[in-house]
Design a protein around this ligand. Structure first.
Ligand code: HEM
Length: 423
């Protein structure tokens, strides 16, 4: 490093040390985490034709009428979408119509062109938000929830989606269980910010409390995820719902991508919607200093381009924050000498408990994936042994990964981050 870049690096270090992470700056809420606070259910009157289609989406897809409706859509100007919440709802609505349009007839012969009346406003509102023009986790989950009784509890029975796909109650629950997982993560995100502050101030007691709060939050996420089994039918997920989350990148069914008419003449390629686009676990990985292997990092970092830019910025800034892992490692001269009742020893234990809880969450998630994708795929195969072509998406995630090897590697790297006092 030459002198000028050394100076710049030291300025950056100083800057990062004096700039606390405040959640509001990144459009993250202490109460709701990354979920959009009170998402809108309606767009301004000018956009009635979009909302009419969106509110009938499951029926229009199932009766194979959606494409005909899209071809009749007027070309609307996005200028009247003023607020952030209006733009987020417009993105959700246009993304959902796009997925329905593309996959209405299943995997066979998806269209090559998205009509201009849909493509132009969708790309315009995507640019305003800094999101790609495809359905993303921030649409399907973060923007797609409302409470039936605003004072009522955070439970499936008191929640509903704003926009739906075919799949009935399983579809609703697939979205809403994920909403509950995001909600359960909110105290963990708050704790993590407190933890960074504690590191900056060398305040071991606060750090310890923050780590304990983070562990509880991760364990609550696992409990929330378990509700998937109570409410979502694996066969409906695999045979009905999943296709509407699929994208046109790394997808053999649409290897050429999709032309957004009126926007670009060349086809564009985007990955499908996946909770791998959630910022939560990536934030925990950054804070806990968990390092994944190159292939996984490439995919996980690519997924950051599918997050709202302010959430992505939060992850980038967390990456530059003082390292918790270094602190835990260096606060005692040797791990061998750790006395687990000392302040430093308690921090090591609390750190390990967070990492273990995260590994357990990832193990649980792998079981969910095995049930909802791997087993469901083999059942679907045995029911249709003479299916003309294998399902292109069979063993791939909607984000396009070779599912199990990726998820197991991510889990193994989490386990490897555990610090062993007897080392
Ligand atoms: C039926 C339920 C679910 C299924 C079938 C499922 C499936 C998958 C698949 C296939 C992947 C690999 C990436 C891809 O290609 O998309 C993945 C990754 C991921 N999923 Fe899920 N998922 C489910 C629920 C959830 C929920 C509720 C969350 C919580 C927000 C979640 C969080 C993640 C994360 C963070 C990753 C990235 C890998 C990691 O960091 O461990 N998933 N999921």
């Amino acid at each position: 490093m030459d002198t000028s870049s050394e100076n710049m690096e030291s300025q950056r270090q100083t800057l990062k040390l004096v700039t606390p992470l405040t959640l509001g700056r990144y459009h993250i809420s202490e109460e709701y985490g990354f979920l959009l606070q009170n998402p809108l259910k309606e767009l301004p009157e000018q956009y009635r034709s979009w909302m009419e289609i969106a509110s009938e989406l499951p029926h229009l897809i199932e009766s194979r009428q959606l494409r005909a409706h899209v071809y009749k859509m007027p070309l609307l100007d996005c200028r009247f979408l003023k607020s952030h919440r209006e733009q987020r709802l417009a993105h959700l609505v246009l993304a959902a119509i796009t997925m329905g349009f593309v996959w209405q007839e299943g995997e066979t012969q998806p269209p090559k062109v998205l009509p201009r009346t849909l493509a132009i406003p969708f790309v315009e509102v995507s640019r305003k938000l800094g999101l790609p023009p495809i359905l993303v986790h921030s649409d399907l989950v973060l923007t797609n929830w409302t409470k039936r009784n605003p004072e009522g509890p955070w439970e499936i029975s008191n929640l509903e989606t704003i926009v739906s796909f075919p799949g009935g109650e399983s579809l609703q629950a697939f979205v809403l269980v994920t909403v509950l997982v995001e909600k359960a993560a909110a105290p963990g995100i708050k704790a993590l910010v407190r933890g960074v502050e504690a590191l900056l101030q060398h305040n071991q007691d606060t750090l310890l409390q923050a780590l304990q709060q983070l562990r509880l939050s991760i364990q609550d996420m696992t409990k929330a995820l378990a509700q998937m089994h109570d409410y979502v039918d694996p066969d409906i997920f695999y045979t009905v719902i999943r296709i509407f989350l699929s994208g046109w990148k790394d997808n053999p069914a649409m290897s050429e991508g999709l032309v957004y008419e009126g926007v670009a003449t060349e086809p564009l390629r985007y990955s499908g919607g996946s909770a791998a686009q959630s910022s939560v676990l990536q934030a925990f990985d950054e804070f806990l200093g968990i390092q994944h292997c190159k292939g996984s990092v490439d995919f996980l970092h690519r997924m950051r381009d599918y997050m709202p830019p302010s959430h992505k910025a939060f992850l980038d800034d967390l990456h530059s924050a003082p390292s918790l892992r270094d602190y835990v490692l260096t606060s005692a001269p040797s791990l061998r000498d750790y006395v687990l009742t000392s302040g430093a020893g308690c921090c090591l234990m609390a750190y390990n408990q967070c990492v273990e809880a995260l590994a357990q969450l990832r193990s649980y998630h792998i079981n969910v994936v095995a049930r909802y994708i791997i087993s469901a795929a083999s059942r679907a195969r045995s029911k249709m042994p003479s299916h003309p072509s294998p399902h292109a998406l069979e063993d791939r995630g909607t984000g396009g990964t070779a599912v199990l090897s990726f998820l197991k590697s991510v889990r193994e790297k989490t386990v490897e981050a555990i610090l062993h006092p007897n080392a």
